[in-house]
Design a binder for this molecule. Structure first.
Ligand code: MTE
Ligand code: MO
Length: 407
């Protein structure tokens, strides 16, 4: 029996010549087990197309998905272009799930060491001067790569970083409104999810570049990103950017919450623990060619992203000989502060087995280290936070690209 189908079979024979095979019908055909190749599409010039709809769709031919676990889901970095992460592909990390919050009843309380404690509704927040900026958000637990698994994609290794254009109000504006006392040096940020996430943040970050955001890539924040409002600390570990924000309390010392004592701290040499390590260190990763790609002999463009929580990316270097020599890659603008930045490097693969990798330097002069250098500096048992090592990919002589696990 032929598995060829057309719009008539998919639409149950009821189709008339005026009905095109819609995305939905096409998706249905894929769902019943037919591959795109087996589906006989109509000549698109011979049938009317689908009329405009209320929402746009992504092509059924594109399989862009996050890879969810119980606690997080990861951005498919290897499948994306440019520097903005589509909102539905922004990574997610929730400690108590995504709450449903009615924006009309949601309020933000700012109190503690302030002249005038105040409660802001969402409408109040939107009346303040609005600011938009593009920056990345990355979980400090964004590393996987030790072990023996070669079948890891960029998404699996470091998919807990995404980038959006965020819109909201500067936290400094609100702090001036309530009159933060001169001796207030820390503030607590509290979320209204089931985890009631709390973190202490230095007041200096508020007067630097912290935002209370209510929009992402031109639309209200997504529920997964903290609808209706979240704290956004550009360049700092994602955990401190408290989602579903409901309360800020000013004090003259940190609050020592669970997330900054038992969690989100790193063991370092000498039996010590590093605490409040907020800044995301510079990192880069090749996103093409990587597992599961297969390449052909000849010219190809090595592509990737680089970023730093300390400012702008100034240089990216690529090695195509397992780190023996490094060549400067081209940086593709825009180069923004604390933002994913694209790089590319034209490479002629001669068909022999090799290892390719990238490393970034940021505007403070910091150079991305190897895992070995990181562990030597911090101690081998430093745990899983703030690991930003150079990531290497093995190209076999048949052109298969595999992750090269760290040793
Ligand atoms: N209220 C609240 N805020 C939170 C979290 C949470 O579970 N609850 N997770 C934190 C962690 S660990 C990270 S990495 C980021 C993830 O943000 P995203 O899900 O928008 O990518 O949000 C942070 N803010
Ligand atoms: Mo996180």
């Amino acid at each position: 029996m032929s598995r060829k189908i057309n719009r008539r079979t998919v639409l149950g024979g009821a189709a008339t010549a005026a009905v095109a095979i819609t995305q939905t019908a096409f998706a249905k055909a894929v769902q019943i087990g037919l591959s795109e190749k087996e589906i006989q599409l109509d000549d698109p010039t011979k049938v009317p197309g689908v009329p405009p709809g209320q929402l746009g769709t992504r092509s059924t031919f594109e399989k862009l998905v996050k890879s969810p676990s119980e606690t997080s889901s990861r951005t498919p970095l290897q499948d994306l272009y440019g520097i903005i992460t589509p909102s539905d592909l922004h990574f997610e990390r929730h400690h108590g799930g995504v709450p449903v919050i009615d924006p009309a009843r949601h309020e933000l309380l700012i109190h503690g060491m302030v002249d005038k404690p105040m409660v802001f509704t969402l409408a109040d927040l939107k009346r303040f001067p609005s600011v938009s900026r593009i920056c990345f958000l990355e979980c400090s637990g964004n590393y996987r790569g030790r072990g023996t698994n070669e079948k890891l994609r960029p998404q699996d290794i470091c998919g807990l970083t995404s980038q959006s254009e965020w819109t909201g109000v500067m936290l400094s504006t609100l702090f001036r409104e309530v009159g933060v006392k001169p001796n207030a040096s820390w503030f607590l940020a509290e979320g209204s999810d089931a985890a009631v996430m709390t973190r202490s943040v230095p007041v200096s970050k508020a007067f630097d570049d912290a935002l209370i955001v209510y929009a992402q890539n031109g639309e209200p924040l997504r529920p997964e990103q903290g609808y209706p409002i979240r704290l956004l600390l550009p360049g700092w570990e994602g955990n401190a950017s408290v989602k579903w924000l409901r309360r800020l309390e000013l004090a003259d010392q940190p609050f020592m919450t669970r997330e900054e004592t038992s969690k989100y701290t790193e063991p370092i040499k000498g039996g010590k623990i590093r605490q409040f390590s907020f800044t995301i260190d510079a990192r880069s990763i090749i996103t093409f060619p990587t597992y599961p790609a297969t390449i052909q002999k000849g010219w190809l463009e090595i592509r990737g992203i680089a970023w730093s929580g300390r400012g702008k990316v100034t240089k990216v270097e690529v090695s195509t000989d397992n780190g023996r020599t490094w060549r400067v890659a081209e940086i593709q603008g825009p180069v923004l502060d604390k933002a994913h930045t694209r790089f590319r490097y034209l490479w002629q693969w001669n068909g022999s087995e090799t290892v390719i990798m990238s490393r970034v330097t940021d505007e403070t002069g910091y150079l991305q280290p190897t895992l070995r250098q990181l562990l030597d500096a911090r101690g081998a048992d430093t745990g899983g936070y703030h690991l930003n090592p150079i990531t290497a990919w093995r190209v076999t002589s048949s052109g298969q690209v595999l992750f090269r696990p760290e040793v």
